[in-house]
Each structure stands twice: as C-alpha cells, then as structure tokens.
Design a protein around this ligand. Structure first.
Ligand code: NAD
Length: 253
C-alpha cells in the first residue's frame, strides 16, 4: 500500500460495485477519506459502511452522475463532512450492447449522458476545489474497447473514446494548477458488469475461458485497476498527466 499524504478527500463515482468499489477500498486503505457516489444509494451506503468498519473513512451518497444537480448536492455533503476534494475518480458507467442500426437516439443519449457527460459534470464541479489548493488528481476510467473498437457497442465505445479526449485536453489545460488528469482503460475485469455480459452470451465464452486468450492467463480483478489508480493519484505521479495507462493483462498492446 502507498500512503496518501495529508488526509486527502477522494470522490469515486460508481463505487458501490466492481472496479469502483475496488478503487474506493484501496484509496481508503491508503489513507484517503472516500466519498462513494453511486446511482444505487443503498449499495453506496453499504460499501461505505464496510470500508468504515475496517477503520478507514468513507461515506456513501446516492448520485446519478448524469444529473448535475445531484452531483452538486453530493459535493455539498462531502464539503460539509470531509472538506474540499483533492482526488476524483470518474468510474461510473453503463454498458451498451446493440446493433448499430437499432441504437435509438434515446439509448444513445442516455449512454453518453452517463459515461461521457457525467465525467464532464464531475470534473467541472470539482476542479475548482483542486485549483484552490494547487494540487489535484483526476483518473477517468475509460475502456480497452477504445483501442480497437467493438461491434455492437458503437455508443459505448464512442462515449469512452470521448472520455479519452476529455482526459488529454483537461491535462493540458490544468497542468499549471498542479492537477494531473489520466485515464485507465480496463480490459476484461471480473466484475458484476462482466458477469452480466457473460450471462447474456456477449463474451463469446465464459469469463474463465478468456484467461486462455489473455497473455497473463487470468481475468483482471478490480484490485488491478485500483493499484494503477492508487499510483496515479499519488504525489510521486505528479509528472504523469494526459496519459492512457492500459490495465488489461496484455490483451491490448
Ligand atoms: P459495475 O456494473 O460492476 O459497476 C458500475 C457501478 O456504476 C454500479 O455500482 C452502478 O450502480 C454505478 N452506476 C451506473 N450508472 C451510474 C450513474 N448514472 N450514476 C452513478 N453511478 C452509476 O461495472 P464495472 O465493470 O465495475 O465497471 C466500472 C467502469 O469500468 C465502467 O465505467 C465501465 O464502463 C468500465 N469498464 C469495465 C470493464 C470491465 O471489464 N469490467 C472494461 C472496460 C471498462
């Protein structure tokens, strides 16, 4: 574990499950006060209670990241309970799987609203906290599908590729304020989302069968993404910004 200096406050979105939960647990274990923002309020509160039971510090708040007012209300609570936010991990996301010709404008808009515009809202509302102290860390969770494209996932891949562009541009605009912005595109991590896709026959085999097609011969775990994230939000990663750190067992090079 790496120690996070100075009692930092972190917001991790979509952290009631899977990768986000792994990141919240890791940052809390490293010493951050972690606010979990998730659509599923009960699961967010439960996750925060479990983290707090380990002696770390966390609160869970129901927030739909596609709703700017809900994000602001969540931030108001974080300010009151913990103080200004230094670390933001935009992880909340929804999957999409549909033939391109069947993607309705409503489906397209909802997916973009959560995966891309949600990231925009959270960055815009929390960067001022970071500018005030001249230090900040943003990590955006994109997707390994941005390396290659993915059939039947046009809306999803477009949203995540937008997150990559947002990351690179923010890094250039806010570097002078001590704020770094990077993206981790996960590749094949064993989470509830991946198991849902497995159950719907979208993976072309079981999660386990994918180990054979993965150079390191195992599926990824939320802890793998959390470890990369913990490094990117540390003091010693201050010269790394605008970068794409693939965590995918070698599936994408
Ligand atoms: P998951 O479904 O297990 O967890 C996603 C969490 O996000 C859930 O707790 C859900 O309630 C929350 N969420 C969904 N919509 C939200 C919203 N509008 N507002 C707030 N919270 C919301 O999924 P996961 O596999 O842990 O995925 C986490 C992130 O990683 C997603 O952005 C996903 O696209 C990305 N990703 C995952 C994989 C993988 O292999 N699992 C691969 C590439 C990218």
């Amino acid at each position: 574990m790496s120690e996070l200096s100075g009692d930092k406050v972190a917001v991790v979105t979509g952290a009631a499950s899977g990768i986000g939960l792994g990141i919240a647990q890791r940052l809390a274990a490293d010493g951050a006060k972690v606010a979990i923002f998730d659509l599923n309020t009960a699961a967010a509160e439960e996750a925060a209670a479990k983290i707090s039971a380990t002696g770390a510090t966390s609160i869970g708040i129901g927030v739909d990241v596609s709703d700017r007012d809900q994000i602001q209300a969540g931030i108001d609570i974080v300010h009151e309970v913990f103080g200004p936010v230094a670390i933001l991990v935009n992880n909340a996301g929804m999957e999409g799987f549909r033939p391109f010709l069947k993607i309705t404008p409503d489906v397209w808009n909802r997916l973009l609203a959560v995966n891309l515009t949600g990231t925009f809202h959270c960055c815009q509302l929390l960067i001022p906290d970071m500018m005030d102290v001249g230090w900040g860390r943003i990590v955006n969770i994109s997707s390994s599908s941005t390396h290659s494209g993915q059939p039947f996932m046009t809306h999803y891949v477009a949203s995540k590729t937008g997150v990559v562009g947002l990351t690179k541009s923010l890094a250039l605009e806010f570097g002078e304020h001590g704020i770094t912005v990077n993206t981790i595109p996960p590749g094949f991590i064993d989470t509830p989302m991946t198991r849902r896709n497995e159950a719907k026959g979208r993976l072309g085999g079981s999660v386990e069968s994918h180990a054979e097609r993965t150079p390191v011969r195992r599926p990824g775990r939320p802890e793998d993404i959390a470890a990369a994230c913990a490094f990117l939000v540390s003091d010693e990663a201050g010269y790394i910004t605008g970068q794409i750190l693939g965590v995918n067992g070698g599936r994408n090079t």
